[in-house]
Design a protein around this ligand. Structure first.
Ligand SMILES: CC(C)(COP(=O)(O)OP(=O)(O)OC[C@H]1O[C@@H](n2cnc3c(N)ncnc32)[C@H](O)[C@@H]1OP(=O)(O)O)[C@@H](O)C(=O)NCCC(=O)NCCS
Length: 163
């Protein structure tokens, strides 16, 4: 699997379609505002905070990171193409998120998950994320990424590389 930065104009339609599907899973019955998503994604892509993962030139996953404050990194979104669920790609992308955050000097990785999303919950728990704040249907989780055991090979983390 290879990682590259998002090319905003070229990848937007694919990510929009993927994100609509994710929205149905995480916010069932709620309206998806593509304008807000698109505007926010564009500014993140321009800052190199959106990554595409490909196998044989086909997109299999994407990751949207933010870097709030001095110590933090936040997973705004992680998504694996549904045909590839259960192959361990989500775990590899999360490990890459950890490596990327570390390479940018961050100490804590956070995310917000919908509790009914069993697959995502299993993934974050197995990576030892713990609950920081209960928000009803959702919860905010965090992980101290200064601990090294999660990343035995200290994966490379910037630009285009193999994961
Ligand atoms: C959440 C998501 C990224 C996981 O990707 P994935 O490639 O399937 O993840 P993995 O194959 O690495 O497996 C994730 C975990 O789910 C577990 N799992 C597999 N099938 C499961 C099931 N039916 N129910 C619950 N957990 C399951 C696996 O055992 C694994 O746990 P482990 O790491 O302890 O082995 C993917 O399902 C997805 O893209 N969902 C839609 C977008 C989304 O909701 N993103 C999360 C936003 S917070």
């Amino acid at each position: 699997m290879k990682r590259r930065p998002m090319h905003y104009e070229r990848d937007l339609d694919t990510l929009l379609e993927l994100h609509r599907r994710s929205w149905e899973i995480n916010f069932p019955g709620r309206r998806f505002d593509s304008w807000v998503f698109t505007a926010s994604l564009e500014s993140s892509a321009r800052r190199d905070e959106v990554f595409i993962y490909e196998d044989d030139d086909a997109i299999v996953a994407w990751l949207w990171l933010a870097f709030p404050g001095r110590d933090g990194a936040h997973v705004r979104h992680i998504q694996v193409v549904e045909d590839h669920w259960g192959e361990g790609i989500g775990r590899r992308v999360m490990l890459d998120a950890i490596a990327t955050a570390r390479a940018r000097g961050r100490r804590v990785l956070t995310l917000v998950v919908t509790k009914s999303n069993a697959r995502a919950m299993a993934l974050y728990r197995s990576l030892t994320f713990t609950v920081e704040r209960d928000e009803g249907e959702r919860q905010r989780m965090w992980l101290d990424i200064t601990r090294s055991y999660l990343l035995p090979d200290e994966a490379e983390s910037e630009g285009s590389h193999n994961t």
